[in-house]
Design a protein around this ligand. Sequence first.
Ligand SMILES: Cc1ncc(COP(=O)(O)O)c(C=O)c1O
Length: 316
Amino acid sequence: MNTLDRFDKVSLGIFPTPIRRLDNLSALLRTNVYVKRDDLTGLGLGGNKVRKLEYLMADARRQGAEVVFTTGGAQSNHAMLTAAAAARLGMKAILVLKKRGVTACVGNQLLERLMGTQVVFVDTDDYADIYAEMDRIGAGLGVPYYKIPCGGSNALGCLGYVACAREIAGQGVRFDHIVCAEGSGGTLAGLALGAKLFLPGARIHGMMVDTDPFDEITPRLMREAAALLEADVTVGGADFRLRDMCGPGYAIPSEAGNAAVSLMAAREGLFLDPVYTGKAFAGLVAMAEEGAFAPSDNVLFIHTGGAGGLFAVAQA
Ligand SMILES: Cc1ncc(COP(=O)(O)O)c(C=O)c1O
């Protein structure tokens, strides 16, 4: 699928990220569990947003932007990594963050303080208001600016995970199942589209950590990304499976998520986070317990990062 290579990227990360078999958890869960270390993408503390930002920041630069805006909750990993990308590229980031979650100077807020990032809190969940606030601030800047949507989840951002699927296809193991967290949709949509193109036979599972209508969001993003790539594929809800792992709410730790964080740490010496990857891995564990995986299956967990949140959002 060489149209993928037609899109400009800036180099922000270190790829390919490693894939490793988790021997202890494979024995425990009676299947072959692998992890793809997208927590080691090489910018900031790593994480999935680096792949999306390689495309989005290239577009910002192409449009002559000197400032990038983005949004998310107070502990948004995406917002922190956007600021890190801007720092790396000599641009300025302004984060218009929802006053939701932990706003104190810990976790990603601390990292933003260290980078000298401008953070503006807004007391709303309405994205129209948030983007209007970006335009209000932007109008006073006197330089071109670029707005990146929440989570970097638009068609262009999704290309980062289409490229990830292509990367996986070249890493030597054939996967039956691929599991990731779903927060704003771009990671799952990119993987599901990428699997259609590069990983035939792999079933893609999105573990929902928020309450948005992902059954509508995911196929829409897949369609838009497929159109961008001019890919001759039909995409839809049959290309992925969803599981609700949100628990008590977005960014509120769940019992199952916390147990998964502890399990991964104790058995494999790897750290998940309570907002995304802990809940997502809890979904994988639940599927294994339900007998969804055969002993011979290869199951790939995408570790999408989230270390900043681990140090801000308390284990319940
Ligand atoms: C650590 C981490 N994992 C997973 C996700 C979910 O990815 P997406 O927003 O593409 O659904 C996010 C962001 O939302 C994240 O920060």
